[in-house]
Design a protein around this ligand. Structure first.
Ligand code: AMP
Ligand code: ZN
Length: 462
């Protein structure tokens, strides 16, 4: 018997054994999705990869997962203090398109890049703008319980009404209160946040709705509380997002749901730690905004980035470097070609001892770096080839590197070059080394480099 699944819960700040709230039923998983005002960068995708791995690990443990992800297409302001502009309206201005158009454009781009990374689609993908009625209803219910107040620009949540507000982030409320600077506006406390913002007087926003309080749009946090409850109920298994969500977004989701339903929404709160670029936050302004598509344009495999993310634990920050990506690409290439060099046998079973060790690593709070080392052991060990192949195929259900689906890429090779390569491969097989060397030189003169692989050969331009 291997180790049971343990996950690190940021609410209790402990590594806890994972027991589903509904044994035998579906595990409820909510992950905060992208704000679709721009492309997602590879940092964002590190968090989505962590969540995908979590889902696969849950399945490895025999659970069925109901995964809900939102698309934030309204209400996410440029400042966490509820004073900035809506990122969508700003993105619309930047691109000269409507807010609705950019939402569709960047949602599609996001989903396409998710698929390039072998990230599975969520069970339910829900847009904030499709759930405005639910958000209004949610706000009305917490208003009825006395948690809200009105200012000239919106309806706010009064965080002083909750003694344990900020517990997730271990916020120092007194410290924040004492140190508050003048610029609170009409907010009563620094941690109070907008539930509903009014459209600016005399202005028509591209995205706005009528509400009992006036025309406007929902705040960012309320969308997640409302949609999570709609699709998973107010008490479900796991809620995830990036580490930046701990002090504000997730803290406020918990506050809202606690006010309405008396729960902290999820039994486990898990966070993916940041991908850094040159040890700094990934930001456009720093010239470090990389997309999955940018890596592909440079000739990397999207899955090399997935491989790179497997080499770091999700609870540590990971510094992105091109050297690290090169190493990941090499690792991926070797694992793929090694896998394909192993003879398949439909009757072969994975090696039980290796499967147990792999399971122990992933069940230890998703220790993918160590699980990856077990995968290498499986590939290189001295077990029969078909067993090694079956073992790796089983591991790949979690790793998601698409090993079985991969086929060696055949570049567009001219016929005469192909003929030289075939002749050289035949010479090598017959151990006619002089002839093989002569043919390699002829290929080089033609501008091609031939790489000998266990499963055949590769050709690339020099
Ligand atoms: P956003 O589109 O800003 O709503 O972010 C989408 C997801 O990416 C959220 O879960 C964020 O917490 C996460 N995220 C943002 N920046 C990074 C980063 N540099 N590394 C890892 N995750 C990030
Ligand atoms: Zn959220």
């Amino acid at each position: 018997m291997g180790k049971p699944l343990s996950l690190y819960d940021n609410y209790t700040r402990t590594l806890r054994r994972f027991e589903p709230l509904h044994p035998g039923g579906e595990v409820g998983l909510y992950t905060c999705g992208p704000t679709v005002y721009d492309y997602q960068h590879i940092g964002n995708f590190r968090t989505f990869l962590f969540e995908d791995l979590l889902k696969r690990v849950l399945r490895w443990n025999g659970h069925r997962v109901r995964h809900v992800m939102n698309i934030t297409d309204v209400g996410h302001l440029t400042s966490d203090a509820d004073t900035g502009e809506d990122k969508m309206e700003k993105g619309a201005r930047r691109t000269g398109r409507s807010a609705w158009e950019i939402a569709a454009l960047y949602t599609d781009a996001f989903l396409e890049e998710m698929r390039l990374l072998n990230i599975e689609d969520p069970t339910i993908l829900c847009r904030a703008t499709d759930h405005v009625a639910e958000q209004i209803d949610f706000i009305a219910q917490i208003e009825a319980k006395g948690y809200t107040y009105r200012t000239s620009d919106g309806i706010y949540f009064d965080t002083s009404k909750q003694p344990d507000y900020g517990f997730l982030a271990r916020l120092d409320k007194e410290g924040l209160e004492a140190g508050k600077r003048v610029d609170l506006g009409e907010k009563r406390h620094p941690t109070d946040f907008a539930l509903w913002k009014f459209s600016p007087p005399g202005e028509r926003r591209q995205m706005e709705w009528d509400s009992p309080w006036g025309r406007g749009f929902p705040g960012w946090h309320i969308e997640c509380s409302a949609m999570a409850e709609k699709y998973l109920g107010p008490w479900f298994d796991i809620h995830c997002g990036g580490e930046d969500h701990i002090p504000v977004h997730h803290t406020n989701e918990i506050a809202q749901t606690q006010a309405k339903a008396g729960t902290r929404l999820a039994n486990f709160w898990m966070h993916g730690y940041f991908l850094l670029m040159n040890d700094a936050k990934m930001a456009k302004s720093a010239g470090g905004f990389l997309r999955v598509a940018s890596l592909v344009e440079k000739g990397y495999d999207a899955l090399a980035y997935r491989y790179l993310c497997l080499t770091g634990h999700y609870r540590s920050q990971l510094n992105f470097t091109w050297d690290a990506l090169d190493a990941a690409q090499t690792g991926l290439d070797r694992m793929r070609s090694g896998f394909h060099a192993l003879a398949a046998d439909a009757g072969a079973h994975p090696d039980a001892a290796l499967v147990e060790r792999f399971g122990d690593e992933i069940n230890d709070d998703l220790n993918l770096p160590r699980a990856l080392a077990v995968a290498w052991e499986a590939l290189r060990g001295d077990r029969p080839a078909a067993v090694r192949r079956a073992t790796l195929a089983r591991f790949d259900e979690v790793l998601g590197l698409g090993l079985a689906a991969w086929t060696p890429q055949v570049p567009d090779v001219p016929d005469d070059v192909r003929a030289l390569a075939e002749a050289r491969a035949a010479a090598r097989r017959a151990k006619r080394w002089d002839e093989a060397d002569r043919l390699r030189a002829a290929l080089a003169t033609a501008g091609w480099e031939m790489e000998d692989r266990p499963d055949g050969y590769g050709l690339k331009r020099k």
